[in-house]
Ligand binder design. Structure first.
Ligand SMILES: Cc1ncc(C[n+]2csc(CCOP(=O)(O)OP(=O)(O)O)c2C)c(N)n1
Ligand SMILES: [Mg+2]
Length: 907
């Protein structure tokens, strides 16, 4: 038995009547064919919906434009001028890439992505995208990374870029002749870090633009619902490739956009049917596949498949043979038709069926070949964008069918190699000039020269005036990034941090608990509290942060439409439209996208917001490292907090959970300030300093802090220790006990403080050796400062060598240095080169895979427990002759350490 659809779930109350209906349908199929039957079925469904008979939405429609010609909005632009402007932009984009590769072979760039999407962008620029005049936020447009040349070419026409800058496409360090040059180069792709007044959103790592755009649109709603900023005037547009849809990040969150009814979000997928190597779905139809996925997820889907030239053919297709042919032709064949002659298309697409052949009898081969695809037809595109912007209650995706490399000539268009083509011969450029009708403005001889010329219409030309008028009426040019505060942020008072400076008295707490406390205090700080954006991916209970649910409220755009199961409890699960906490569910990627939206709000909205994204530290940098990288590029600010940090501090969870390397990964991100605080007061000082650095001094950095779940008494901040001591990365925490002279130095970070302190006591009690303790809050910071000092010295021979701050600081300590961490040895090793001359440096860390056991067993296994710190200190002292070797052997034996077990890294 086939179970198709849901009819079997319903009751048949009148089988005879049912049979009659079925017979009628059979009669239609037999007498008039499937097309007529399909029409009647669709009409019935439509009618049933009108009569409020709910039927499940269909996820797939024929391979036709969604908007019928009769409903198509009138195109208000000047067709001729817009085509002309588009031709200039196409030309300059191509010439820019060709020139760049002429001057520097291998410098790269892309011709064909923008060539296929030029009309998609131009309709947006001329009629939809809102700019930022007078500090308005405007629209947020995520441009497809590989289409960047087209955006530069347009900015050139707008006089925002000049020729010398176009000549420096992908030459950010030198001019076109290779001579070192100052700023003014154009980055390969949208990189706000490199062009902070131009690009806003990094998109080139595929999939990140799409997911970021969804959470950006959602974040705008959050700002609106929380009454922080009026975001109703902003639409988020995201342009992406059809191949890009294979990235899990692209489609992974689309249901959120529908669930949140983000009608402020429009995606435009450039379906040129090709990716880098070949067809996206040669054996299928990517547009149909995507339609079903997006419809199923609840999006409004608008297909723009066929250009106006097809309207007349489709109108005459009464038998549905053309539609049938369209429906059954796979993308690989469509790609083929894009490179073949009109005669071939007549033979193979229309040919097999005499009715189809008759349909196009009146068209010449050239006319057949030139029947355009919808994504190159500004009228169809305009109608789709207009419908998208008028859609209520759902996000819209526009699936626009195009030809990759469109207008670039037969050697480039739709070829499998098209994505990688970045050079054009003089012959090809001449053909392009003719194709774009630029004969009147570019002399043919000009193409004989080495560098083909750019073309910019004079300022008094109709084209220039039209172009500028259009952008003026839409509030100025895009892309454009500015950092002008519209709604200032007040930093919390110092007193908010005082509590943690005092320590936890006799109470054993974790740094995570202390952080939660601080977060609550900060949320209450006047002027600052509402700007705090706590983000958690379904892990709040793990971190003991569930108390925040009730206090902050969980953001829910629809409020809470049910009584929570724990409503009577003090810490109930409380959702609200004004909720502050973003409980993202199990998506570190989505949470990171929220972090980026909140952390760049100071720029894209002029409203500084302070995200605190708390995650399972193992599932942070390791899981969503590329999103973190993109956030750094976007100059995001805020705090990332890796909770349940440490390879041994998180105990039972084993290999996939215990994080001993996020600090190594964090050290790879230039703007990331990575800290591993041991105590509550350190954590508080780092956050206070971080807030000031990011939001008062306007530095585009963000912070990563580890948070542990091990409870111990949090000491008060030692006398004399300043914020700077803590934030600079290293300070003396305690001298040796019992007035012993200092013979050895132990550096600890994070939860390794326990082993260090125990070892200090054991060294004193068992060996009479004085060990001083230092807290190393940031090896990344120490290393970076040391490298800078080293570099300055290298480049200034003859001047007094600059001593690295870490070297200076450690000069005040004594003896060999043992550094213990709950992370890889590579973390403390970052400063090994910079310890003062003659001092031994021994890192103890947790290299290897984690496993499940008690903290004590794990620390013994990884050789980071107090016994191993003691042994390491003794061994280092023995090396320099300060203690007997036998003392080391005795300690090894006393602690029951088996010296012959294999290195934990290999086990
Ligand atoms: C994460 C990631 N993987 C790979 C690439 C390399 N890459 C750049 S463009 C491209 C193909 C793009 O195809 P599509 O998304 O269809 O865009 P089109 O150029 O066809 O518009 C690939 C694989 C990348 N930029 N990012
Ligand atoms: Mg593509």
């Amino acid at each position: 038995m086939t179970i198709d659809g849901y009819v079997h779930q319903l009751h048949d109350s009148d089988p005879d009547e049912t049979a009659e209906w079925l017979e009628s349908l059979d009669a239609v199929i037999d007498a008039q064919g499937a097309t007529r039957a399909r029409f009647l079925m669709s009409k019935l469904t439509e009618h049933a919906r009108e009569r409020q008979v709910g039927t499940p939405a269909e996820v797939s429609t024929p391979y036709l434009n969604t908007i019928p010609t009769s409903e198509q909005a009138w195109f208000p632009g000047d067709v001729t001028l817009e085509r002309r402007i588009r031709a200039f932009i196409r030309w300059n984009a191509a010439v820019m890439v060709v020139n760049a590769n002429h001057h520097a072979d291998g410098i790269g760039g892309h011709l064909s992505t923008f060539a296929s999407s030029a009309a998609l962008y131009e309709v947006g620029f001329n009629h939809f995208f809102r700019g930022k005049r007078d500090g308005q936020p405007g629209d947020a447009v995520y441009f497809q990374g590989h289409a960047a040349p087209g955006m530069y070419a347009r900015a050139f026409l707008e006089h925002r870029l000049d020729e010398s800058q176009l000549d420096r496409f992908r030459r950010e360090l030198s001019d076109e002749d290779g001579v070192a040059a100052g700023p003014g180069g154009l980055s390969s792709y949208p990189h706000p870090w490199l062009m902070p007044e131009f690009w806003e959103y990094p998109t080139v790592s595929m999939g990140l633009g799409p997911i970021n755009s969804i959470y950006h649109a959602r974040f705008n709603r959050y700002l609106e619902n929380r009454r922080i900023d009026d975001t109703t005037g902003t639409r988020v547009w995201c342009f992406l490739g059809d191949g890009e849809c294979d990235e899990p990040e692209t489609l992974g969150s689309i249901s959120l956009a529908a669930r949140e009814q983000l009608d402020n979000l429009t995606w435009v997928i450039n379906c040129n049917l090709q990716r880098l190597d070949g067809p996206v779905r040669g054996n299928g139809k990517v547009i149909q596949e995507l339609e079903a996925i997006f419809r199923g997820a609840g999006w409004n889907v608008i297909k723009v498949i066929w250009g106006s030239g097809w309207d007349e053919l489709l109108a005459r297709d009464v038998d549905g043979v053309l539609v049938h042919r369209m429906n059954t032709t796979v993308d690989g064949e469509f790609q083929r038709y894009a490179v073949e002659s009109g005669a071939y298309i007549r033979e193979h697409f229309f040919g097999p069926d005499p009715r189809l052949r008759a349909l196009v009898e009146h068209l010449s081969d050239d006319e057949l070949r030139d029947l355009p695809r919808g994504g190159h037809d500004y009228e169809k595109i305009y109608a789709a964008y207009k419908a998208a912007t008028e859609q209520v209650g759902a996000p819209t995706v526009i699936l626009a069918k195009t030809i990759k490399g469109w207008t670039l000539g037969t050697d480039v268009e739709a070829r499998n190699a098209t994505h990688q083509i970045k050079k054009m011969t003089n012959q090809q450029l001449k053909a392009l000039r003719v194709r774009l009708h630029l004969e009147d403005v570019i002399a043919e001889e000009a193409l004989e020269a080495d560098d083909p010329p750019y073309y910019r219409p004079p300022e008094d030309s109709p084209e220039h005036r039209y172009l500028m008028e259009r952008r003026n009426s839409l509030d100025g040019p895009l892309p454009s990034r500015s950092v002008a505060v519209r709604r200032a942020l007040t930093l919390p008072p110092d007193s908010a941090f005082d509590e943690l400076a005092a320590g936890s008295g006799s109470q054993a707490v974790s740094t995570t608990m202390a952080f939660t406390r601080l977060l609550r205090t900060l949320a209450r700080a006047e002027g600052f509290g509402p700007r705090l954006v706590p983000i958690i991916p379904d892990e709040a209970r793990t971190f003991g942060m569930d108390a925040l649910f009730r206090e902050f409220g969980i953001y829910a755009s629809q409020g809470q439409r049910y009584e929570s199961v724990d409503a009577q409890l003090l810490l109930s699960y409380t959702e609200s439209q004004q909720g502050q906490l973003l409980e993202e569910g199990i998506t570190e990627a989505g949470s990171m996208a929220s972090f980026a939206a909140a952390g760049t709000s100071y720029a894209h909205r002029g409203v500084p917001m302070v995200p605190f994204f708390v995650f399972y530290s193992m599932f942070g940098f390791q899981r969503v490292g590329d999103l973190i990288w993109a956030a750094a590029d976007a100059q995001a600010k805020g705090f990332l907090l890796g909770a349940t940090a440490g390879r041994t501090t998180l105990l039972g969870e084993g290999l996939q959970h215990q994080d001993g390397h996020s600090l190594v990964l964090a050290s790879t991100v230039p703007t990331c300030q990575a800290y591993d605080p041991a105590f509550a007061y350190e954590m508080a000082a780092i956050i206070r300093a971080g807030l000031a650095r990011m939001y008062a001094d306007d530095e585009s950095v963000f912070y990563y802090l580890t948070l542990y779940n091990e409870n111990y008494v949090m000491p008060a901040r030692p006398e004399g220790v300043t914020d700077t001591d803590i934030t600079d990365g290293l300070y003396r925490w305690a001298p040796p006990p019992d007035d012993l002279a200092s013979q050895v130095t132990i550096l600890f970070s994070g939860s390794a403080q326990g082993a260090a302190r125990e070892a200090q006591a054991a060294l004193a009690a068992e060996h009479g050796i004085g060990a001083e303790l230092w807290s190393a809050t940031s090896y990344k910071r120490l290393r970076e400062d040391a490298l800078s000092a080293e570099r300055r010295t290298r480049l200034h021979p003859g001047t007094e060598p600059e001593v690295a701050p870490v070297t200076t600081r450690l000069s005040a300590s004594a003896g060999p240095i043992v550094a213990v961490t709950d992370f890889l040895k590579a973390v403390p090793d970052q400063i090994a080169r910079f310890v003062p001359d003659g001092r031994t440096f021994v890192p103890l860390g947790t290299d290897g895979f984690g496993r499940s056991d008690t903290r004590a067993a794990l620390r013994r296994f990884f050789e980071t427990d107090a016994a191993h710190v003691e042994i390491a200190a003794l061994a280092a002292l023995a090396d320099q002759g300060s203690v007997e070797r036998s003392a080391v052997a005795k300690a090894i034996a006393r602690h029951g350490v088996d010296p012959d077990t294999a290195d934990p890294r290999t086990r």
